[in-house]
Design a protein. Structure first.
Length: 379
């Protein structure tokens, strides 16, 4: 297939759905986690769930970079903008993530902070070159997909001799998050989140390849099928997972062969390895402190590390008590099980990060009408 429409063929989707229903054992349940928020949106947008048998459930995972960003990291960026008078640059979705004291980067901007939305770290680099008298900080977030561009921007800043550019790094790592989920009490001890397999992320896997997932299959006996973001990609991956479970296999399979290889992108990996090293621990929204799950800037590039340059300290902040983003990111709850969903919390007035991001599970359910059994908050 060559064109995107071919990956959205309704008749073919129904045929794959019929195959899934035929091959799924009616005497057992299947529970698969789609790690990436892009898959969550594809499932909601194209009604994939409606084509699946009742004994097969898809569980939302934490693979949304904006969603897992803890309040404390956003607060750190806001403090930089207000207290150090820097020009803070970041991606659009990050601008609306709720922070402490009713603030967000967008609201801080409205109060006078110099905060700018950019499309890439190179945009922030250009601003630094055009404003030599200002400190320009790029607030970098994301999984392995967005990490190489940040690494290249830092190397370019060094090459150009830019003294007024730095990065507030909040890049996180996919394999560590999956390991943390598999080791969580909900999965291992309480069995409240039974997971039979994973739909592996698409864009992340283009960078890191399929090799890093092989440990999950061998150590935890959980199959992984890497899938593209189109509905037929996701459905074919689900069918492949059903077959693995039925046959008692736990392997890494690659449905997204048109873009993903076992080894990944060696050039991107080399750039990341040159500029970044693994943090000992990092807080994720909903998951808490996750060991070896994020990156920091290496000492060789300390000049461009905003945390070092501005002597920043991280202060953890608890989420809103009624917001269920944490439970949703862990797969413990569905968006519609949050009593704020759809009434108090909407994309226009988000209470939590899962409703903000274009990859968030709550935004997917709200945008595409997955409104089954929405609880009503009494006045």
């Amino acid at each position: 297939m060559k064109y995107v429409d071919e990956f959205r063929d309704g008749d073919l989707a129904r045929r794959i759905g019929a195959n899934i229903a035929h091959e799924a054992d009616p005497s057992r349940d299947y529970r698969f986690m789609e790690f990436c928020g892009g898959h969550t949106h594809a499932i909601a947008r194209y009604g994939v769930v409606d084509l699946l048998p009742d004994n097969l459930r898809m569980i939302h995972g934490p693979g949304c970079p904006v969603c897992v960003l803890p309040i404390g990291r956003v607060d750190m960026a806001i403090r930089l903008a207000f207290e150090r008078d820097v020009m803070l640059c970041t991606y659009g979705d990050v601008m609306r993530v709720p922070a402490s004291d009713g603030l967000s980067l967008m609201r801080a901007k409205a109060r006078g902070a110099d905060i700018r939305m950019v499309y890439s770290p190179l945009d922030a680099l250009k601003l630094a070159g055009a404003n030599p008298g200002r400190e320009v900080v790029f607030f970098a977030i994301g999984f392995e997909t967005t990490t190489p561009p940040t690494a290249l921007a830092i190397r370019q800043a060094e090459s150009d001799g830019l003294q007024n550019f730095s990065v507030l790094c909040s890049h996180v790592l996919t394999p560590a998050a999956i390991t943390h989920i598999l080791r969580s009490p909900e999965v291992q001890d309480y069995r409240t989140v039974p997971i039979d397999g994973f739909v592996g992320p698409a864009h992340v896997s283009i960078v890191i390849g399929s090799r890093p997932y092989e440990g999950f299959a061998t150590t935890y006996r959980k199959p992984v099928v890497i899938a593209g973001f189109e509905p037929l990609d996701v459905m074919q991956a689900i069918l492949m997972l059903v077959r693995q479970v039925n046959e008692g296999r736990a392997e890494v399979e690659n449905e997204f062969t048109r873009a993903v290889t076992r080894e990944g992108n060696a050039c991107a990996q080399a750039a990341m390895g040159d500029v970044f090293e693994v943090r000992e621990s990092f807080e994720w929204r909903g998951l808490g402190q996750v060991p070896a799950s994020a990156l920091k800037i290496r000492g060789d590039y300390a000049l461009f590390d905003a945390e070092t340059r501005f002597d920043l300290d991280y202060r953890p902040v608890a989420d809103h008590k009624q917001c269920e983003c944490g439970a949703i990111l862990r797969g413990v709850k569905k968006p519609t099980e949050c009593k704020l969903f759809g009434n108090v919390c909407t994309p226009e007035t988000p209470m939590g990060s899962c409703m903000v991001s274009s990859e968030g599970a709550c935004a997917a359910h709200y945008s595409y009408g997955r409104f089954r059994d929405i609880p009503v908050v009494s006045s």
